[in-house]
Design a protein around this ligand. Structure first.
Ligand code: PHE
Length: 449
């Protein structure tokens, strides 16, 4: 086995921005809006926030401690923490992060193509035209080209290293992204349908939705996917953390920023959708909101709309690439740690393999949806469960010790987090996982009559 990692973050802020960059991604800008609109409205948002605060946050702290205390890659950290029996967990991290990146690269490709189209040609003038354009970018050579460029850019950043690549990108991208999104949300609040947009999608309350299995699954999946805990991406980043970093407060900052961006994206999307009468198109399709309704709505208000669209898709691309680099870091760190590969070779080889694995998703929307359901909706959450069990039960002593050694976290706070990891997170995640699997099997075996 290789020795502990030598790279490190330049500063605590750099790490928080990079980890927030991992969390903030297409999941916030694309997933949050459509899942909120699929049903639930305010009930979905409440469930989402509850799950993030009580379940994802402790798991995120555990994942960060696992990375820092072992100083290893996601592949070997579980073994280092609790012995050989935990090796499969390391493999799960590598397989799931590669699986997610395989279809994430395709979504990034669509985002990039939509941006280019808005810049060079303009926006669609009707839903029909938008659908035609979308069919063009989401299939065939265009989708593959977009995916290839996205994987290439991701590999360039990861190959450049922790400080010169990932940290530098995040320092630039995250503040800009946040600022642009606030500006767009303020602009959207001036639209005629703004109030109704907020009411319909974000504030509508329906207690029945609390028991709706699809709403629960959506909130669960969205929470884990958006925070991005459960597959070792944040673990990989945390291996480069110094001993003194205040992990619990950093985790709160990451989760807070991530949730804020999801809500801000809703504050932008829903006024647009209602103002331009596109409500039905949104909930009907998973891709509807971002790739169809938003461009069509904005297309009807001329130059302003085009500027808004270009801004939005640029910030979406920035959000996506700060996430994709964290996903690629998982196999890259594993190859460096386990096989002593150079960072550069590991980055290029992993990116090439993941590109090939993603090709079926680039050419077939159903494959993409299934990969999203399987990797994002089930295996990612299973990884979160394993992290809670590992740190809560099998490595709880090193968990407490690591937090104590940082000299910042009060022991009482570390104890509360450990309590959640032991008694709350595993039970709730196991229940959520069961619901997800049952709901998914229902979806996969559904035969329309
Ligand atoms: N959180 C990212 C998003 O919202 C995706 C991601 C998932 C990144 C898992 C890292 C790990 O788009």
């Amino acid at each position: 086995m290789a020795t502990a990692q030598k790279e490190s973050w330049q500063s605590g802020l750099g790490f928080v921005l990079a980890a927030s960059g991992s969390a903030v991604g297409l999941g916030n800008l694309w997933g949050f809006a459509y899942r909120a609109s699929q049903g639930g409205g305010g009930t979905f948002v409440l469930l989402y926030v509850l799950i993030v605060m009580t379940i994802c946050l402790p798991v995120l702290v555990a994942e960060m401690v696992l990375g820092r205390s072992t100083g290893r890659s996601p592949l070997l950290a579980p073994v280092q923490a609790a012995g050989r029996a935990w090796q499969p967990m390391g493999w799960l991290f590598v397989v799931v992060s590669c699986g997610i990146l395989a279809f994430y690269g395709v979504l990034m490709g669509w985002t990039g193509q939509t941006l280019l189209h808005a810049l060079q040609v303009g926006l669609p003038s009707s839903m029909g035209e938008a659908e035609l354009f979308f069919a063009g970018i989401s299939g065939g050579q265009s989708a593959i080209a977009g995916q290839a460029v996205s994987m290439l850019l991701t590999a360039v950043v990861v190959a450049a290293g922790v400080q010169a690549g990932i940290e530098r990108l995040s320092r630039m991208a995250l503040p800009m992204l946040f600022l642009l999104l606030v500006v767009l949300a303020v602009w959207a609040s001036s639209l005629p349908g703004a109030a109704e947009g907020y009411r319909t999608f974000l504030l509508r309350w329906d207690s029945q939705e609390l028991f709706n299995i699809t709403t629960i699954r959506n909130a669960f999946t969205q929470a884990f996917f958006s925070v991005g805990t459960g597959i070792g991406a944040i673990l990989a980043y945390s291996a480069y953390l110094n001993r003194k970093a205040p992990i619990p407060s950093e985790a709160v900052a990451i989760v807070g920023l991530d949730t804020a961006v999801g809500l801000l994206a809703g504050l932008l999307t829903f006024p647009v959708v209602i103002s331009f009468g596109l409500g039905d198109a949104v909930s009907g399709s998973t891709i509807g909101t971002i790739f169809l309704s938003l461009p069509t709505g904005l297309g009807s208000i001329g130059l302003t709309g085009r500027i808004v669209a270009v801004t939005f898709f640029s910030l979406a691309y920035l959000a996506a690439i700060t996430s994709s680099v964290s996903l690629l870091e998982v196999p890259v760190a594993a190859l460096m740690d386990r096989c002593n590969w150079s960072r550069r070779n590991a980055a290029w080889v992993s990116a090439a393999v993941i590109f090939v694995v993603g090709l079926p998703a680039a050419t077939d929307l159903n494959v993409l949806g299934t990969m999203d359901d399987l990797f994002g909706g089930v295996l990612l959450i299973a990884g979160g469960l394993l992290i809670a069990v590992l740190m809560g039960w099998f490595a709880s002593r090193s968990f407490l010790e690591d937090l104590k050694n940082s000299g910042i976290t009060p022991p009482a706070r570390a104890g509360i987090i450990l309590f959640f990891l032991r008694w709350v997170s595993p039970l709730v995640i196991a229940a959520g996982l069961l619901i997800s699997v049952v709901d998914l099997i229902g979806k996969w075996t559904y035969v329309p009559r």
